[in-house]
Design a protein around this ligand. Structure first.
Ligand code: ACO
Length: 426
């Protein structure tokens, strides 16, 4: 295979190098295109543009393959813990026993929030969306840790703080919303068990996290932990490329994740399933709407920019939902609706032709519901899971001595030069 491509511009031929990845992906390196031809490329939504090389996550959307640092997502979801997977993503290798113990201990040691932060929760309306609160709180961490403004400060310390404290912020935000006292973390609990404790314990009674729910939460967070250059991760890298602090970069990533076309889809899926339930199960009417472009509606939790086959995360989540509901002896009418919708969509030529399959958000909400997480916290859970990926990507960029500020070009389509006319003459 050729390692260059030839391009003819205005009769002049130039040669551009082809970059190859370790899994055979190929890209044309257009770094010298403008200098050689005066042209730039245009690619709205970056559908054909690789913004970086990266050694963190491999995704083959045609085959439905997802690997973190080479390890298949199926193996990690079944056998690893979220903390171990976070270490793997951030540091590049699975930890040995001592490394894992040190990392877990550091997460335990950083789980408290500065007491002044508690007043922040009082300063926002209790009814506000938890993603807005989370993004603001994470941004404000840079004020508590001003050394983070120096891009050469202790990155690993900031990463540990974030991974530990975002969990506490998320749980405190929920407690504030429902008017219960904040529950401080308990050092003897594991990462996920501690989160469940801070969410669901109350001072008046004892609470022990259910091991089944702890395992389900580990799996959920592992499945969300990284997904290469998606909207929120690209945002984290772009903000970080200006040497903004890691707290500012992650806060921006949280905001990018919030939208219903990205991480906010998990909440939107539940609203959609409830709407179908309330309509008495009018699947046909609903499917007609999502296929009609003028309705502005979509089948939420379906479709993906990269996956053109079944999202492997959705498959794992679906089987996890079955297991947890069976073990808890529960049923969920929204699960039945989701299964029915999936079956209808997978046979419908509209979805088949466009290669639209369930994505990670289609079944995650039903699993969150089964462990008692309220709907408006779903995207917060996604953010908690995605943190290691954002930070691994931020770290990879920050450690690259050749990294430059992200600054795309544009093709200007506005007015040509004209003279200003004072208001009386208009
Ligand atoms: N329902 C109905 N039609 C859809 C859907 C859907 N969920 N998704 C895509 N399409 C249609 C589009 O209308 C388009 O049709 P056309 O070719 O006739 O114009 C075609 O499929 C291709 O879709 P695009 O929007 O061009 O694909 P893109 O890669 O830009 O968007 C996205 C991907 C945003 C995920 C889209 O599939 C979507 O909106 N899905 C629903 C929201 C969702 O579940 N988001 C979560 C994604 S996973 C995540 O971010 C964690």
């Amino acid at each position: 295979m050729s390692d260059t491509v030839r391009l003819i511009v205005d009769g002049k031929e130039i040669e551009l190098p082809v970059v190859s990845g370790s899994e055979g992906e190929r890209a044309i390196d257009i770094g010298k295109l403008r200098a050689l031809t005066g042209l730039v490329t245009i690619d709205p939504g970056f559908k054909n543009t690789a913004s970086t090389t990266s050694a963190i996550t491999f995704l083959d959307g045609e085959q439905g393959v997802l690997r973190y640092r080479g390890y298949p997502i199926e193996q990690l979801a079944e056998q690893s813990t979220f903390v171990e997977t976070a270490y793997l993503l951030i540091h590049g290798e699975l930890p040995n026993k001592e490394e894992l113990a040190r990392f877990s201990q550091a997460l335990t040691m950083h789980s408290l929030l500065h007491e002044d932060m508690k007043t922040f929760f009082q300063g926002v309306p209790a009814s506000g969306h938890p993603m807005g609160v989370l993004s603001a709180m994470v941004g404000s961490l840079s004020a508590f840790y001003p050394d983070s403004l120096d891009p050469d400060s202790d990155t690993d310390l900031h990463i540990t703080r974030l991974l530990s404290k975002v969990r506490t912020i998320a749980a405190f935000g929920y407690k504030r919303k429902i008017g219960q006292p904040f529950m401080y973390p308990r050092n003897e609990l594991s990462y996920c068990a501690n989160f469940l404790h801070m969410m669901f314990a109350v001072p008046t009674t004892t609470y022990e996290p259910d091991p089944l729910e702890v395992r389900a939460l580990n799996t959920l967070l592992i499945l969300h932990a990284d997904h290469e250059q998606n909207c929120s991760t690209s945002t984290v890298r772009l903000v970080g490329s200006s040497d903004a602090s890691v707290y500012a970069s992650i806060s921006a990533g949280i905001s990018a994740l919030w939208g219903p076309l990205h991480g906010g889809a998990n909440q939107a899926v539940m609203e959609m399933l409830k709407e179908i339930k309330d309509s008495g199960g009018d699947y046909k009417g609903f499917m007609e709407q999502v296929k009609d472009k003028s309705s502005g509606r979509r089948l939420m939790g379906f479709g993906h920019r990269v996956y053109k086959s079944y999202d492997p995360r959705a498959r794992i989540l679906k089987s996890m939902v079955d297991q947890i509901l069976a073990k808890k002896g529960m049923s969920d009418p929204l699960l039945d609706i989701a299964i029915e919708l999936e079956q209808i969509a997978l046979k419908d030529p509209y979805f088949v032709e466009r290669k639209l399959y369930p994505n990670v958000d289609f079944y995650s909400g039903i699993l969150y519901r089964a462990i008692g997480i309220p709907e408006d916290m779903f995207t917060v859970m996604f953010a908690l899971g995605r943190l290691p990926g954002w930070m691994a990507q931020w770290r990879e960029m920050n450690n690259d001595p050749g990294h430059v500020i992200g600054r795309p070009r544009q093709i200007y389509t506005g007015a040509n030069a004209r003279d200003y006319v004072p208001i009386d003459g208009r």
